[in-house]
Design a binder for this molecule. Structure first.
Ligand code: R5P
Length: 295
């Protein structure tokens, strides 16, 4: 049986190259462009017939990425691919996981249906599993959620002395407690109130425990950046040391990366979404899971 063929959707070439190398596989070629009216043109430049295809497409700012991804998956099948999997280091549309207000779309569900129809399997890193406990609650295909916790703990151990870990809200407790345990560090979880997409309040509970340690904030997603920004502001009166702000997925809407840095924090992210703050490499975490599904 031939090795899987990795295909990078636009913006994913670097990750796809690393994954293909780690999996001892080759990188195929795809051409995509916009027609003058904005519709998508897509053409496989490699032969996919009979191959196991691995589409690599991180899904930050997803709306412009989803149609080309679906077109690629469907076309690979039409051209005779044996199976088509999706590696989405960042998986979008996981946070709208219930109807918070009457009439709202629970977008996580129709999005999962769309991907489950187009692909045979899915691998991702730390999807926002909060009210859903597992991807299998909404995805109808084999789907594996890997955790960046150990890689974050490694980074902290190798780059920080005497860290004190802080989760900005209750939802972050799962990551922070695991990483703190791995690093042998103390941690605290703050209380967040979200009043709007860009309006959060954070209570500075337990922060007098920081003492002389280095505050290290950890969250799964930095999106508008308000959660991290408010957490950094809450921490600053309790420490003389510059905080480190770690996000698994740095989406950084509206220049929030600059705002967090301006507040005096050092930003560190994993490379699930390409950004200047990428310090934590997750390709090695993805490769074995990909080979389980695509091999
Ligand atoms: C919340 O549920 C998540 O864990 C993150 O805290 C949240 O997505 C961050 O969003 P933002 O950067 O927009 O405050």
């Amino acid at each position: 049986m031939t090795a899987p063929l990795f295909i990078a959707l636009p913006g994913n070439a670097h990750m796809a190259e690393k994954l293909a190398m780690l999996c001892g596989s080759e990188l195929g070629a795809i051409e995509t462009r916009d027609f003058p009216d904005g519709e998508t043109y897509l053409r496989f430049r490699s032969d996919v017939a009979g191959r196991s295809i691995v589409l690599v497409c991180t899904l930050a700012r997803p709306n412009e990425k989803i149609l080309p991804l679906i077109f690629a998956a469907e076309t690979a099948r039409e051209l005779g691919a044996r199976k088509v999997g999706l590696v989405a280091p960042y998986l979008c549309y996981m946070r709208q996981d219930r109807r918070f207000q009457t009439g709202e779309a629970v977008t996580s569900r129709p999005f999962a249906t769309l991907i489950s129809r187009a692909c045979d399997w899915l691998v991702t890193i730390d999807p926002h599993l909060h009210r859903y406990k597992a991807l299998s609650e909404i995805y109808a295909i084999p789907a594996r959620a890997l955790h960046a916790g150990a890689a974050i703990a490694d980074w902290i151990r190798n780059n920080t002395e005497d860290p004190f870990l802080i989760g900005p809200d209750e939802e972050s407790k799962q990551w922070v407690s695991e990483v703190a345990c791995d690093c042998g560090a103390n941690y605290a979880v703050l209380h967040k109130q979200r009043l709007g997409d860009r309006d959060v309040r954070i209570a500075p509970d337990h922060l007098d425990r920081i003492g002389g340690a280095r505050p290290v904030l950890i969250d799964d997603i930095i999106s508008s950046g308000e959660t991290m920004l408010e957490a950094v502001r809450a921490v600053k009166p309790y420490t003389r040391r510059a905080p480190i702000a770690i996000g698994v997925h740095g989406l950084f809407a509206d220049g929030s990366d600059k705002a967090i840095e301006k507040e005096g924090a050092t930003l560190v992210t994993s490379d699930t979404v390409p950004h200047a703050s990428n310090r934590i490499d997750i390709a090695g975490l993805l490769a074995p899971a990909i080979m389980d599904f695509a091999g």
